[in-house]
Design a protein around this ligand. Structure first.
Ligand code: SF4
Length: 117
């Protein structure tokens, strides 16, 4: 099975061709650097995404605070994270980059504030 992946690690956007030789072995062609090779391998075997959302906040003039995971997380965790983030309420001051939840849902990545509240 073949698949074409556009690398999104940098603006060059290399087109990487991935061919599965069996369930876990892939031959990759078209990447220009090791970061792209790693990205394509992850995308084929264990795709990850940065989770972004908003949490409820009690602050003058602001009812929602944008948040994101510090690192990309397993794609299958995006929906559970979207459900869990709805339970979070913030009522103190928060600065951009502050950790809202450590190791959010065991994803290995912290949930952090994207802006100052
Ligand atoms: S393979 Fe390397 S050079 Fe090409 S888009 Fe990815 S990171 Fe950029």
């Amino acid at each position: 099975m073949k698949r074409t992946i556009i690398c999104t690690v940098c603006p060059q956007g290399c087109e990487i061709e991935a061919e599965f030789t069996n369930a876990s072995d892939i031959v990759l062609k078209g990447f220009s650097c090791p970061r792209g090779e790693r990205y394509a391998k992850d995308e084929c075997l264990a795709p990850k995404r940065v989770f972004t959302s908003s949490v409820r906040a009690e602050a003058p003039g602001r009812r929602m605070l944008p948040v994101r995971t510090k690192e990309p997380i397993a794609k299958e965790m995006l929906l559970p994270c979207a459900e869990a983030v709805r339970q979070i309420r913030l009522d103190g001051s928060v600065k951009a980059g502050d950790v809202i939840r450590k190791d959010f849902l065991g994803t290995g990545s912290d949930l952090i504030a994207s802006m100052t509240l």
